[in-house]
Design a protein. Sequence first.
Length: 375
Amino acid sequence: MLSGMSENTEKSSSEQPIRSSVNEGSERVRPDGEALALPSFVAGSGGLDRLVDTARDYARAAASENTLKAYAKDWAHFARWCRMKGTEPVPPSPEMIGLYLADLASVSGPSPSQSASRPLSVSTIDRRLSGLAWNYAQRGFALDRKNRHIATVLAGIKRKHARPPVQKEAILAEDILAMVATLPYDLRGLRDRAILLLGYAGGLRRSEIVSLDVHKDDTPDSRGWIKIFEKGALLTLNAKTGWRAVEIGRGSKDQTCPVHALEQWLHFAKIDFGPVFVRTSRDGTRALEVRLNDKHVARLIKRTVLDAGIRSELPEKDRLALFSGHSLRAGLASSAEVDERYVQKQLGHASAEMTRRYQRRRDRFRVNLTKAAGL
């Protein structure tokens, strides 16, 4: 069945600080903010030194932890590629970066982390370029993405290799009910039931689920907190698109109510401070103090999809590939029979068009411009 997804593999996977190099060890890639220092012509003092530390903290908060990790990996990959080609990654060379992008998109030969038969997708190549631009900025260089050596190669890659985006399958109402029905009623099951129901009803990203604290400012790594009322729960989130409030009303029955599931977990796990969703002991009888990693949400979704027999007509490998953390958000967008603007607000989207990308089943022709034009 699903290897590596059992609860025994539940581990804190907090990553080590972002470290990489310009040329495999010659210069450390510093997290955003570490490069901040007083100008050489200014004498240091206690007050100024404290301000430097404060400025570094703010600079590190400018991008999410996952984004910083991805950018560090992008730079490490590019540095290895440059070494293999006999060149240096700094200062930036638009000509070499154009060749690098072409190599990523082609099957001309293996690169440091891909085989010759598996060119990268256009979206991944675009993300790699963003990672290089960020890393160069940290070193005091400006990378001009509009330079013809970069822009024309990237435009050609997009024209030749671009494909429609691959969307994950939506978890619909009947699916989420079947998934939570597979969970036991021990402490671990209570926690995972609350994760699935809260993530579905709130249209939450997996990182938003695990970053919740019980109260505001309980922990430094929190990205939101909860407040439970008689009619539901209010989540205040500092997420990918900024601050937003997510209202989750109580369900029609306790067995499938996300707020009741959350209350049950908090009560029996004896959690009244700090992270809402934490690891449990191996025997499943105690809640630990270690916050869950967002990968747990992805593993939980895939495991319960298999256990519930969802899309059982497909091979297991295909079923696992269909579902991810995004399936919860797509499920809410596809299932909620309310005005689209309410779904848009719940998901935290800036535009209705983005919300529609998450809708897997909807009336695509409710606005018929052909008839409106008189045909």
